[in-house]
Write a protein that binds this ligand. Structure first.
Ligand code: CA
Length: 600
């Protein structure tokens, strides 16, 4: 038995993509025993592996006499591995099945953890959350050895390949970990369907927020689903020595209810302020643009109830990411945030007309929710900038944004690249090559976008120019035209240029009626031209990126302003809470609470 009372709750979901749930778990608060298993194996063998491992481990630990917990946990996992392996040998379609396992036993002021694979344990203490297990993946081990960087590990195609599992071999090698616990700490056990689809920040917000283990586990699964739900997701949350609900939490529940009753008035206020014609809101729910107002109000209500910002953060983040991925502009997001903020202020003002105390309590909480939305959008913008920067770096443009800032007015043109004027047989070879490329593009015209043809033709004209230089800047600015910066403009243009260069070179090589030395000269000329044009396009991209940089600076400045507003508001909220605690505000009592789950 755990010496300090604990409560725990597990939640599992198939996710939005997989057909069945191959995760398994057990939750035994009375015994202080908790576990998560994540099965792997084709032909629906993964669920067999995880369920079998769960049953074997559960039976072994429930029967254990309590003398040597580390030994018992290790033995239980090794036995489960033998049983899963034996089962896999019995039927061909189950060969190679296996599972991860993470098992927790609570003891006096500490938790013993045994694990194999990449299911994790996090410990939350105060406002901090740390991962206390090390993933048994090939990449985590390479990372620990310093062979790959943190950034490479996150993006690595083999990041989910396990270095240890349970059942893939007759035996296994469980890792034992011990962490100390204090009253008020909480532990999270999860499968990678949570850690891959909910951001660490989102997880932290839920775990450090209010509510019991059940609300937290449900919120975490919700987060992974909102994050795409690409895998089965399981979360087991353990509250160690769960403290009695504080007066402030009771107050927050009341605040959440007051707000939840205003969801419709928030939505109609947002409609009055023009949300229905905002392009981001229209993209969110094409049939019912006003729907976004309701979704935002509900996310705020959830966050108030659970004392996190996780729901609104996740909503704002996925909304902004979708919008920018479609090529949407920042000003539309800005307008949306302004509408939502104004609508929220109106609603809180309206509450204040009949219930000033609730309005006073809600005002800082709502201001804070709006800041969470702003920062989430700022984070997405920052991520986009990094992406553009990486793309430029990958193409040889080593230019920092600060340099781009300084070079703001250093516009084109770049110096033309000097070359010898082409000889008549090189021109003839290039003409023949152009004919060959055009013939090929006509055959595959449904697949090749017009911009590829455009690249080839403009490059050709630059190459056959009789002047002794190739003016890459001119071609680049023609190609770039009046495009605005955004994914739809940049990435496809750079891809089209790559494709054009390859096609064009193949075209030159296909010209057999000239001598090899002429083909080589034509190819050299072509490569020079493509290089000059590519550099010039990259330079234009850097300059065109400037407005995005400005937008980011604007968002950061707004976020900073709002951060200082938050701390002022938090002081005010703390003051108000103290007043309520001291009962110095006469005439107001929190309404009696009904069911503990609060508004839905
Ligand atoms: Ca998984």
């Amino acid at each position: 038995m755990a010496d300090v009372p604990s409560s725990g709750h597990g939640q599992t979901h198939t996710g939005l993509v997989r057909e069945q749930n191959e995760d398994a778990l057990f939750v035994e608060p009375a015994r202080g025993l908790y576990a998560v298993f994540d099965g792997v194996g084709g032909h629906s063998a993964g669920d067999v592996a995880s369920a079998l491992a769960r049953d074997v481990v559960h039976a072994a630990l429930v029967e254990h006499d309590g003398s040597d917990w580390p030994g018992a946990m290790s033995t239980a996992l090794v036995r489960a591995s033998a049983d899963v392996y034996a089962e896999a040998q019995r039927r061909a379609e189950r060969r190679g099945m296996g599972t991860t396992a993470v098992v927790v036993k609570l003891l006096d002021r500490r938790a013993l953890i045994a694990h194999v694979g990449d299911s994790r344990v996090y410990r939350c203490r105060g406002g901090e959350v740390e991962q206390v297990t090390v993933d048994h993946t090939v990449i985590a081990e390479l990372l620990a050895q310093g062979v790959v960087s943190q950034a490479e590990a996150l993006e690595h195609p083999y990041r989910n390949v396990l270095s240890r599992n349970l059942g893939g071999q007759p035996s296994t090698d469980p890792e034992l970990t011990e962490v100390d616990l204090r009253e008020g700490d909480c532990l999270l056990l999860c499968s990678d369907g949570l850690s891959d689809y909910a951001s660490f920040d989102g997880i932290r917000r839920v775990l450090t927020g209010g509510g019991g283990a059940e609300l937290k586990a449900k919120s975490l699964v919700d987060l992974a689903l909102r994050g795409g739900g690409g895998d089965n997701v399981t979360a087991v949350v353990i509250d160690y020595g769960a403290p009695a609900p504080r007066r402030t939490q009771v107050m927050r529940t009341v605040g959440a209810r007051t707000w939840a009753a205003e969801v419709d008035s928030f939505a109609s206020e947002a409609r009055r302020l023009g949300i229905s014609t905002n392009p981001v809101a229209m993209a969110f729910a094409p049939d019912e643009p006003g729907r976004l107002g309701v979704a935002v109000a509900e996310a705020i209500a959830n966050d108030l109830q659970h004392t996190t910002g996780a729901h609104l953060w996740t909503l704002a983040e996925s909304l902004a990411r979708d919008w920018f991925a479609r090529g949407g502009e920042f000003k539309d997001v800005r307008e949306l945030l302004d509408i939502l903020r104004a609508a929220a202020q109106q609603v809180v003002g309206g509450i204040g007309l009949h219930d000033q105390q609730s309005a006073d309590m809600l005002e800082p909480a709502i201001a804070r929710a709006m800041v969470v939305g702003e920062i989430a959008v700022g984070t997405v913008l920052a991520g986009r900038l990094r992406g553009i920067e990486e793309e430029l770096a990958a193409r040889g443009v080593q230019r920092r944004w600060t340099d781009a800032f300084a070079a703001r007015h250093a516009t084109l043109p770049l110096e033309p690249v000097p070359v010898e004027p082409p000889t008549p047989d090189v021109v003839a070879c290039l003409e023949a090559a152009l004919g060959a490329v055009e013939a090929q593009l006509r055959e595959t015209s449904t697949e090749e976008p017009g911009v590829v043809i455009d690249c080839v033709e403009r490059c050709h004209r630059a190459c056959v120019e009789q002047a002794g230089a190739i003016d890459g800047a001119q071609v680049a600015s023609d190609l770039f035209g009046t495009r605005l910066l955004g994914e739809p403009a940049i990435a496809p243009l750079l891809q089209a240029m790559d494709r054009a260069r390859l096609l064009h070179l193949a075209g030159v090589n296909s010209v057999t009626q000239v001598e090899a030395v002429v083909r080589a000269a034509a190819a050299r000329r072509l490569v020079t031209a493509h290089h000059a044009i590519g550099s010039a396009v990259a330079r234009i991209v850097v300059e065109a990126a400037q407005p995005v940089t400005d937008e980011l600076l604007e968002v950061k400045a707004a976020a900073n302003r709002l951060r200082s507003e938050i701390s002022a508001n938090e002081e005010r909220m703390a003051r108000l809470e103290n007043q309520y605690d001291d009962k110095t505000l006469p005439g107001w009592e929190p309404p009696k609470l009904g069911d503990e789950d609060g508004p839905r």
